[in-house]
Design a protein around this ligand. Structure first.
Ligand code: AOF
Ligand code: ZN
Length: 344
């Protein structure tokens, strides 16, 4: 990269590209939600784009279309290394070269053997190529996909609402209104950005949750995640409630392993586990929690039901530890996001 102003321009473009990618989260799987920004030769933003639903245009192609001739001599800033392959769509590396782009900066290397190698192809064509990093705390929509591809299973986020003292339900079992309307709104927006929502059979039978992604007025959001129930408890024997769940279109698996395998095979890359404590426990014990979302409400209970069903450590040194990524105030509540792994 050239001077300081140039580095600032590229960083600002990356921020916009990350926003564009985050905006299409939930609509692209099994493809990643990538964002791209094209800067003209003079450093002005002339095109922005994001990955379209599978089989359709990649982010770079959308951004190049918006930029038209202004892309010539310009810079592309993308959240994923441009692809080098003919998949369902043509190679983005070639599209960038054809459009006269002279520099490309990308956030994540493409971990797939099929699409990787774009950086090399661009460099071989004389394009200046560099990998850049994002500042901490910005939503990185490609990260879950990237990890999922490497782990060969969906990226798992465990979500829960808790009181200040760490309870998810009161001693009498009441749990519905721990957090306020803003937090609930965020939960629904979050569901709409996931490929699947997973709950345990206990929760399915006790709460009969719809697990739909809704707006404040109760209407359905455009994108609905797949709804999955995991558990050994026989839903069949639970009678009416079960057939109700199946009528609602819930998928059912007998184990975490089977669920994750089947979900990945059928295209899910980014899933949310919404409870209850037994399922959360099993996911933690399986080492299958990659991120956490804690909605913390300013109330105390002193006793109640915890996030997990029983101990995962008896001494602090053995306790699973997470990295805090971001916190967001939602009315009286706070959402804190954590990650279990730092690598893509
Ligand atoms: C990019 N830009 O916006 C995305 C990329 O079958 P295809 O042709 O759609 O290719 C899918 C693969 O391309 C996907 O697995 C991932 O490696 C990459 N996704 N690449 O250059 C994009 N979404
Ligand atoms: Zn591509």
């Amino acid at each position: 990269m050239a001077g300081a102003t140039d580095a600032t321009t590229v960083a600002a473009a990356l921020f916009q590209a990350m926003q564009a990618g985050a905006a299409v989260r939930g609509t692209t799987s099994p493809n990643p939600p990538v964002g791209a920004v094209i800067l003209s030769a003079t450093g002005a933003v002339v095109g922005r784009g994001a990955t379209q639903p599978v089989g359709s245009a990649h982010a770079e192609v959308m951004a190049l279309r918006a930029a038209g001739e202004k892309a010539r001599g310009g810079t592309a800033v993308v959240t994923l290394e441009p692809c080098a392959h003919w998949g369902r769509t043509g190679p983005c590396a070639a599209a960038l070269i054809d459009a006269g782009i002279t520099r490309v900066f990308y956030l994540h290397a493409d971990p797939t053997p099929e699409a990787g190698g774009g950086a090399q192809a661009l460099a071989a064509a004389g394009v200046e190529v560099g990998q850049i990093s994002a500042p901490d705390g910005i939503e990185d929509a490609v990260l879950p996909w990237c990890r999922a591809v490497k782990l060969q299973r969906p990226h798992v986020t465990l979500k829960f609402a808790q009181t200040l003292d760490g309870f998810t339900a009161a001693a009498d079992g009441t749990s519905q209104w721990i957090t306020g309307p803003k937090a609930r709104e965020r939960v629904h927006a979050d569901r709409a950005r996931r490929d699947a929502i997973i709950i345990g059979t206990g929760t399915a039978l006790a709460d009969n949750p719809s697990l739909t992604a809704r707006y404040g007025d109760g209407s359905l959001r455009e994108h609905q995640p797949r709804r999955v129930v995991i558990g050994s408890r026989d839903l069949q024997s639970a009678g009416e409630k079960t057939s109700h769940l199946q009528q609602l279109g819930f998928e059912q698996y007998d184990s975490i392993e089977h669920a994750l395998k089947e979900l990945y095979a059928s295209g899910a890359r980014d899933v949310l586990v919404e409870g209850g404590a037994g399922l959360a426990q099993s996911f933690i014990e399986a080492g299958a929690v990659d991120a956490l979302e804690a909605y913390i409400s300013p109330i105390l209970l002193g006793e109640g039901r915890g996030i997990l069903a029983h101990a995962v450590a008896h001494t602090l040194a053995d306790a699973p530890r997470f990295t805090t990524v971001r916190s967001t105030t939602l009315g009286p509540d706070v959402l804190v996001e954590y990650e279990a792994r730092s690598e893509c």
